[in-house]
Design a protein around this ligand. Structure first.
Ligand code: HEC
Length: 108
């Protein structure tokens, strides 16, 4: 079971994502992403998702999908066109580096 789960997960990981530079990603995100996704990755635009703490492999895959047209959105399709693979890896590393904590609401 463990082996099967591992085998299923491995191909989805983007090798580029793990080699990203979070500091470079931070600079790029501050300039190009923060207006909607927030300086800290907590979205300021109501329709934009939070990116803080997101797994780098997931973030990188979404950006590649927007860029290739596999995933479409009027804003993100445009934003992603200018991103190189290195930009995507850096951005994904930056958002993963932001620590988030989840607090499940208690029962009332
Ligand atoms: C003008 C506002 C805006 C800007 C600027 C913007 N985004 Fe987005 N982003 C959005 C919106 C809105 C969505 C939701 C799109 C959808 O429904 O597919 C989104 C979705 C995403 C997603 C998918 C998240 C998920 O949970 O699937 C990622 C990743 C992302 N943005 C990264 C970025 C990065 C990195 C930048 C900067 C290079 C950026 N965005 C710039 C508005 C923006």
């Amino acid at each position: 079971m463990l082996v099967l789960a591992g085998a299923g997960v491995a191909p989805a990981q983007e090798p580029a994502a793990s080699s990203g530079d979070p500091r470079a990603g931070r600079r790029l995100a501050g300039a190009q992403c923060a207006a909607c996704h927030g300086n800290d990755g907590i979205a300021v635009l109501p329709e934009a998702p939070n990116l803080a703490g997101q797994k780098a492999g997931y973030t990188a895959a979404q950006l590649q999908h927007y860029r290739s047209g596999e995933r479409k959105h009027e804003l993100m399709t445009v934003v992603s066109q200018a991103l190189t693979d290195a930009h995507i890896a850096d951005l994904a590393a930056w958002y993963e580096a932001i620590e988030v904590q989840a607090t499940v609401p208690g029962r009332r």
